[in-house]
Design a protein around this ligand. Structure first.
Ligand SMILES: NC(=O)C1=CN([C@@H]2O[C@H](COP(=O)(O)OP(=O)(O)OC[C@H]3O[C@@H](n4cnc5c(N)ncnc54)[C@H](OP(=O)(O)O)[C@@H]3O)[C@@H](O)[C@H]2O)C=CC1
Ligand SMILES: CC(C)CCC[C@@H](C)[C@H]1CC=C2C3=C(CC[C@@]21C)[C@@]1(C)CC[C@H](O)C(C)(C)[C@@H]1CC3
Length: 615
């Protein structure tokens, strides 16, 4: 019988995931099946740790004492209180103070985790000395508990400029965020509102999160794609009526459509592997490794556009895409299923540190759906990155263009309608922007945290090209005339959305890549125990997901050109609200788990999630 080394209630040192920092934690239990200990950190964060990530407290005592006597916490404190500090320095130093509450596994810097350097040391010059400045006994006496010191300092420094949580004037509130005492009734009302939202979310999440929900989604998602495609071909489509009768089975299949899809994917794969464009580094993995990605998406869409233009010039009839939409979708669906099976099988042989957190429930269907492996690669060919950024995304523009040609053919037009032009240009801008800033995708949730399984494979290859194109598909059979003022209003809305979306995504990406970036030095930040900081001003101080806000405004501008006669072209807007609300709540709990009380502080400072003063 294997013995359990640490018992419930034991106080031990637990490694913070992905770093070599150790914090004092209490053991809450041990799961013999997963061989993981559940531990709780001083700030209340619960995590599951492997035995090798846990050390006894005594082992640390001797090591840290020898390093700690050189400087007292008081000295460190006085040194750091220089009035000349800038915000960046201040937040860095505060982060250093937080980091100082942790103890590195090994003293010599040569043995220190290189990833830690990326996240803490490189940008926080005082960290190394701060490590040495704090003794374990100080730490254990609570003089510098995991988060409290950062908090005390934040509190004392409020209104002094550095690490100042005072809201900006532009936010319309000059009082410090935490200085506003909430009224009890207001609190009760808020709690009630929160409970209702939580209940609705819970019902929705039950389907998505429970292993049994995966069965539902596996059947529902392809059925939904089929449903909307069939609806789009009706004169009076409806999202709420009973589905139209299924066409005979053989109408789904077209060998030529399958060949076209395979050719398209191979063509995109070829462009992806060409040694053109930048090799970008992904975020550090749990092992500390940073994968490299060929970010030549803009090059890929340019070459694709030239090839398509030449093909059309040579007489290729792209309206085939409109007339064989169902068959092309079926062919792509088959490929996504085969790919998902391959991904699941190979994940069975993957090492545990290569697996995503969350896709390893042991339930085959659930794991197949969610995806197990974080970054499945064939040599340097990253399957998740490729599928997310290339065939489906560029295919989306190709299909939209084909729909514009189909509209002209169907209605004998010399040029596409205004509505069709707007939809095409708006979505083209969205895709081209995504590919131009391809590196930014490396700091998104899908790339950093999610496993690659059916959900994303199907999402990338089928869902994106065959449902995100519904507005253009709809307009072929359902033209909608637009007045010039309407065009101007819609274009303005799109540009506002795009500006918010791009600015906020770039701000976060630039900050994550280089927290000391001088261009961002005016932004206020909150340090967290992981060494990473959170932005609390700029776009990320307006709402907690400003990028979702911009994206939703753009989605509105995509549907408006189609008018209000039917719900079908509004499908994307409805779906997107659900998707982003769900992603936001998933991200909130993930960040709460990662950042503990620092995250709570962020949420107190930035109170709304996506829409200021509404949600
Ligand atoms: N068209 C479509 O179908 C879809 C589009 N999107 C778009 O893709 C983009 C990426 O979205 P998504 O990956 O969901 O989410 P985000 O790009 O918002 O990434 C969330 C992560 O950002 C980091 N973060 C959160 N708050 C802060 C902060 N205050 N300061 C610094 N870092 C912070 C956290 O990661 P950490 O701290 O670990 O770095 C968090 O996990 C968005 O613009 C979204 O609108 C998304 C889904 C679908
Ligand atoms: C099938 C499910 C119900 C949902 C699957 C979700 C996926 C389709 C989306 C998850 C995140 C995505 C992103 C983009 C496309 C849709 C998916 C894959 C994105 C590549 C679109 C272009 C943007 O500029 C972006 C910011 C790069 C997007 C990143 C997230």
């Amino acid at each position: 019988m294997p013995t359990v080394k640490y018992q419930k209630g034991d106080t031990v040192m637990g490694r913070w995931p992905g770093s070599s920092l150790y914090y004092q934690v209490k053991v809450l239990g041990f799961d013999s099946k997963s061989q993981l200990y559940t531990v709780i950190y001083k700030d209340g964060t619960e995590l599951e740790l492997k035995e090798q990530d846990i050390k006894s407290v005594t082992g640390f005592q001797t090591r840290s004492r020898s390093r700690s006597r050189s400087r007292s916490p008081a000295r460190r404190r006085s040194r750091s209180r220089s009035p000349a500090r800038t915000t960046r320095r201040s937040s860095s130093r505060t982060a250093a103070a937080v980091a100082a509450t942790a103890i590195t596994e090994s003293t010599p810097s040569s043995r220190r985790d290189t990833r830690l350097k990326d996240t803490v040391e490189v940008r926080l010059s005082p960290v190394v000395s701060a490590y040495a400045a704090l003794s374990l006994s100080d730490y254990r006496q609570g003089k510098a508990s995991l988060f409290s010191e950062a908090k005390v300092e934040a509190e004392s420094e409020k209104n002094q400029g550095p690490y100042n949580l005072r809201r900006r004037k532009a936010d319309g509130d000059a009082k410090p965020a935490e200085a506003k005492p909430d009224q009890p009734e207001k609190k009760a009302k808020e709690a009630e509102k929160l409970n209702l939202t939580k209940l609705i979310l819970l019902i929705f999440l039950l389907f998505l999160v429970l292993p049994t929900g995966a069965y539902f989604w596996l059947l529902f998602l392809p059925a939904w794609v089929l449903f909307v495609i069939l609806q789009g071909n009706l004169t009076d489509p409806s999202l709420i009526n009973a589905p139209p009768p299924l066409p005979p089975l053989d109408t789904f299949w077209d060998a030529q459509a399958l060949c076209f899809v395979i050719l398209w994917i191979l063509f995109q794969a070829l462009l992806y592997i060409l040694p053109v464009g930048k090799l970008s580094e992904g975020m550090p993995l749990r092992s500390g490794v940073r994968l490299k990605y060929r970010t030549n998406g803009f090059f890929a869409i340019m070459v694709s556009a030239i090839v398509v233009a030449v093909a059309v010039h040579q007489g290729a009839d792209l309206t085939y895409i409109h007339s064989h939409f169902l068959q092309l979708a079926t062919a792509t669906f088959i490929i996504s299923v085969l790919l998902s099976i391959y991904l699941y099988v190979r994940s069975r042989y993957a090492a545990s540190e290569e697996l995503a957190l969350g896709g390893n429930s042991g339930n085959v269907v659930y794991d197949f759906f969610k995806g197990r492996e974080l970054n499945p690669r064939i040599k340097n060919f990253d399957l998740k990155f490729f599928c997310e950024m290339r065939p489906g995304l560029i295919g989306w523009c190709l299909i939209n263009f084909a729909m514009a040609l189909a509209e002209m053919k169907k209605h004998n037009l010399d040029a596409p309608s205004y509505a069709m032009i707007l939809v095409n240009l708006f979505q083209l801008l969205y895709v081209v922007d995504g590919l131009w800033n391809e590196e930014a995708i490396l700091t998104t949730m899908d790339l950093m945290h999610d496993g690659f399984g059916f959900m994303l494979a199907f999402g990338d290859l089928v869902w994106v090209p065959f449902t995100y194109t519904l507005q253009a598909y709809y307009l072929v059979l359902h033209p909608n005339a637009l007045s010039l003022p309407a065009v101007i209003a819609i274009v303005t809305l799109k540009l506002i959305g795009f500006y918010i979306f791009r600015k906020s995504n770039s701000e976060k990406n630039a900050f994550r890549r280089n927290p000391s970036n001088p261009k961002l030095s005016h932004l206020k930040t909150i340090p967290t125990a992981t060494g990473k900081s959170l932005l609390v001003s700029g776009w990320w101080g307006v709402v907690r997901h400003p990028n979702y806000l911009g994206d939703l405004i753009m989605a509105l501008a995509w549907s408006l050109p189609c008018g209000f006669s039917h719900l079908l072209p509004w499908y994307y807007m409805i779906y997107f609200i659900i998707l982003l609300v769900h992603r936001d709540s998933r991200d909130m709990s993930e960040c709460r788990r990662k950042y503990g009380s620092a995250w709570d502080e962020y949420c107190r400072t930035v109170r709304y999630r996506i829409i200021p003063r509404v949600y």
